[in-house]
Ligand binder design. Structure first.
Ligand SMILES: O=C(O)CCC(=O)C(=O)O
Length: 358
């Protein structure tokens, strides 16, 4: 039996709970004490993830280019996260993309319900990740859609309101795929590989690309819950367009949670589990989570750049040496993502489970 046929319980929209004005959140959203946001959270610290200015990446200044490559290399090894500015994507397009999703989530519930998703493909309007009956849920709704492969791109599953939705989302996808391609080259060179090698290991032109737009409604008891539980991204690499007014993303650094302070018109880049595997753990996919607050809704756009879904992903042979044997067993992304689609976000437990037996 396919266990991803349907949700195990009736779906409740978190936005409806928030709009109802209830002073206490339902038990289902209350996290165990050790997972609550106050634990090891460094909200007001000055520490931030690295910010890399890509402006000089294609100029004639070789020293500047080397510096940028080096900054990205350090960020991938030490943080698994960094922000990029002057990345080539139109700031106006970024603003419009975020704004149109705000408009979508503010539409009447019956309009949004027409796009309600199921766990079979997750495409459309959703309110939970994972199908475990009785699971503690996150304080967020979302919208999920596919860009690539083209065989999965289905405009019928994209919203039609606001009216410029399709046009803006198509252009957004095009510009972000180009940026991901440029970053893949940088990562590949930094790993000591040929410029195209990492992209080829992900399936060349046949990568998978999808978007999850997260909507975190305001929450009457933000200290008890999370907008998104701790997880590492299962795919290759993620470009996150965060809310421009409301912070919320926290990245794990050692034992602490650092609250990311987004730079204007930056994308937050993070390494996913598949690049951790391909790089034989030279690069780490790092756990992150989202906190909510009692006064403002928050929107973020997570753009996932993933491997072709049916090819085995394993440590690249150039990155395996007698001193550093392959750390992970091969698995296709189709098999891999079933885990998060079934169990929901759960730290780094899945990539850990791929570790080769010793
Ligand atoms: O909303 C955010 O800032 C992060 C979202 C995220 O981690 C995800 O969608 O996987």
């Amino acid at each position: 039996m396919n266990k991803l046929q349907d949700w195990p319980e009736p779906i409740v929209r978190v936005q409806s709970l928030s709009d109802s004005g209830m002073p206490i959140i339902p038990e289902r959203y209350v996290k165990p004490p050790l997972e609550r946001p106050s634990i090891n959270s460094t909200i007001s610290s000055d520490v931030n993830i690295p910010i890399v200015d890509l402006a000089g990446l294609y100029g004639d200044d070789h020293a500047l280019r080397a510096t940028i490559l080096d900054q990205i290399s350090v960020a991938c090894r030490e943080w698994g996260f960094f922000q990029v500015i002057n990345h080539g994507v139109s700031p106006k397009l970024m603003d419009r993309a975020r704004e149109l999703w705000r408009q979508f989530f503010n539409l009447p519930m019956e309009v949004k319900q027409a796009y309600a998703n199921t766990p079979k493909t997750y495409e459309g309007y959703g309110s939970r990740l994972g199908v475990k009956k009785g699971a503690i849920l996150d304080w967020s709704d979302y919208y999920f859609l596919h860009y690539l492969p083209l065989a999965l791109k289905d405009y019928k599953k994209w919203p039609t309101i606001p009216s410029d939705c399709r046009e803006v989302l198509d252009e957004y996808g095009k510009q972000l795929v180009e940026l991901c391609g440029r970053l893949m080259k940088v990562l590949s060179i930094n790993l000591g590989l040929g410029e195209e090698q990492l992209q080829n290991a992900l399936g060349g032109e046949n990568v998978g690309v999808c978007l999850r737009v997260n909507f975190y409604p305001k929450c009457p008891q933000p200290d008890l819950t999370l907008g998104l539980s701790s997880h590492s991204d299962p795919g290759g690499m993620t470009l996150l367009l965060p809310d421009n007014h409301v912070p919320g993303l926290q990245v794990r650094k050692d034992k602490n949670w650092i609250t990311v302070k987004p730079a204007p018109h930056a994308f937050i880049v993070n390494i996913g589990d598949q690049i951790q595997v391909l790089s034989n753990a030279t690069y780490k996919s790092v756990e992150h989570r989202v906190i909510v607050n009692s006064s403002k809704d928050r929107v973020s756009l997570a753009f996932f750049y993933n491997p072709k879904s049916d090819i085995p992903i394993e440590p690249m042979k150039e990155l395996v040496t007698p001193d550093r044997p392959p750390l992970y067993q091969a698995m296709t992304f189709d098999e891999y993502r079933l885990f998060i689609r079934t169990r929901g976000p759960s730290g780094k437990s899945q990539v850990e489970s791929l570790k080769s037996p010793r």
